[in-house]
Design a protein around this ligand. Sequence first.
Ligand code: ATP
Ligand code: MG
Length: 318
Amino acid sequence: MSHHIVEFRDVYYSYPDGTAALNGLTLKITHGESVGIVGANGSGKSTFLMHTNGYLLPQSGGITVGDFPLNRETRQEIRKKVGLIFQNPDDQLFMPTVYDDVAFGPLNLGLSPEVAAGRVEEALRTVGGLALRDKPPHHLSGGEKSAVAIAAVIAMRPDILVMDEPASSLDPRARRYLIGLLNDFEHTKIIASHDLDLILDVCERCIVIKNGRVTADGPAAVILSDRDLLEENHLELPLSMQGRRPGKPGGTMNDIEKLHHLIDHWIEHNVEHAQSYQEWSKKADSAGRPELASILREIADRTEGMNELFRRAAEACR
Ligand SMILES: Nc1ncnc2c1ncn2[C@@H]1O[C@H](COP(=O)(O)OP(=O)(O)OP(=O)(O)O)[C@@H](O)[C@H]1O
Ligand SMILES: [Mg+2]
């Protein structure tokens, strides 16, 4: 899987009882993006996520994941790359012990029991769940089940991590820990949640789904500061944004406030871009291309120089 692209083209899906859950969903997510999926209850978020690894297959339209069109034949292969954590961990945990549940994926990938054991230990340690390894999953608390469900997926080391309401049963400390864990995961992330503060902390892009199609798509800082858009979709401004709210309660955010969020977003990207130019400059150097390396270094330096300007612009917005 070279690009880890997830592309949906005009995807329709109705459940057997006739409920139309996806109604022409079209979107494209590229490698390394972290994308929040938000929307009212029943808007189609979980149905969308269950299509990303072929758990559900579209009734019309097309899906591409990485280098493959997703279909009945390719979905086994695609599942090795796309780790889907279900909204309800009970849908995911079915083995007699936590250990067996977390080992299930790695063993299915064809890893030896010894290598799988290493993966289990590492994944359980990552979610702070080592002490749970011998317990039956149905004896765990809701938050512990969520942690184990996350471990079961990260043990497979997916290229694309897809999570449906990952924080809903976590206590504040576990939630904070999860946010750190997600921020450390360097591949593509797609996260559906009503916890808009989590989305804001973890995702740079946010897609709003309404009646099974995309109704808005843009930088998370912009989408999640648009009070009218959020209200139309039964959502509220993230708490962290409510603190910055200007004017009367109930008023819409003015353009300068919006610009302020945008600038914060641009700064983050500028820092990331500068790092990536530096990395590519080193790669060009080791590939024996000193001239290219030096140009890229200069681009990186000038890009870094922009950080200060962005900071001043953010300051001037206050
Ligand atoms: N198994 C099912 N059978 C029939 N209809 C279903 C089924 N699962 C979901 N639906 C319906 O499909 C639509 C989309 O549901 P979905 O679970 O994707 O929404 P969601 O955006 O994830 O909602 P939530 O925020 O509550 O998690 C809803 O109208 C729901 O009632
Ligand atoms: Mg859902």
